[in-house]
Design a protein around this ligand. Structure first.
Ligand code: DX5
Ligand code: ZN
Length: 225
């Protein structure tokens, strides 16, 4: 894929008391999408936000909201996330119960469906749903928390998925989430990822938000206007 790598900062590492301002700031700093991690304290051992907050956050950016559901079950909340304005809605196949039905429901509600693969989840769970999805999210860490280190075995998975998405003939975003730093971002890009989620590296990195985003994209901020 020749286009520039999409950067989707995860607001999990933002200041939750100032989420609207933080979203405006990353939008201005060059974010391509806004990554929202939804956790239920059940599928993952952490709790974040739901559709009510998402709806209010949508007022702060017109960029696509890339909503990552770490909840189980998923289906009862699909309509709420559609109403709240989710653009991409990504789900974990093991969150159950029926991934194909869930992906169809996401599409039927006007959103773009994505599938997230945990570090131990094999790529063949996608074999029979490739026509249903617009995004594959490879977890570089086990889901639930920001600030973890990238699990290097996922690079081979990204390479395989890059071949798989290319073979599909469809324009599927191949996104990596978790442990993305300027260093691992390069490895992920070289393995074929065309979108990167980063929480700590954007919000807690050494530079301005614009510099941090540019570094993950593999450019100096001067090259990104
Ligand atoms: C983890 C989340 C990630 C997380 C990434 O469950 O899905 O989006 O915020 O955080 P960093 O970039 O700090 O690893
Ligand atoms: Zn995420």
């Amino acid at each position: 894929m020749s286009r520039t790598t999409l950067i989707s900062p995860s607001i999990l590492s933002a200041d939750f008391a100032r989420l609207g301002e933080e979203i405006q700031a990353i939008d201005t700093a060059g974010a391509d999408m806004i990554h929202v991690d939804v956790m239920d304290g059940h599928y993952v051992p952490n709790l974040t936000i739901g559709p009510t907050v998402l709806k209010d956050l949508k007022l702060y950016s017109t960029k696509p909201f890339d909503v990552h559901l770490m909840i189980s079950p998923v289906d009862p909340l699909i309509a709420e996330f559609a109403k709240a304005g989710a653009d991409y809605l990504t789900v974990h196949p093991d969150a159950g119960p029926h991934i194909h039905r869930t992906l169809q429901a996401i599409r039927d509600h006007g959103m773009k469906p994505g599938v997230a693969l945990n570090p131990a989840t094999p790529i063949n769970v996608l074999d029979h749903v490739m026509d249903e999805i617009d995004l594959v999210l490879v977890m570089g860490v086990n889901p639930g928390f920001g600030g973890q280190s990238f699990i290097l075995s996922q690079l081979e998975k990204i390479r395989s998925l890059s071949r798989m998405t290319a073979a599909s003939g469809r324009d599927i975003i191949l996104e990596v989430d978790g442990g993305v730093t300027p260093f691992t971002a390069r490895q992920c890009r070289e393995a074929g990822a065309n979108a990167l989620v980063a929480g700590s590296a954007v919000f807690k990195g050494s530079g301005t938000y614009a510099e941090n985003i540019a570094a993950i994209r593999g450019k100096s901020s001067a090259q990104v206007t």
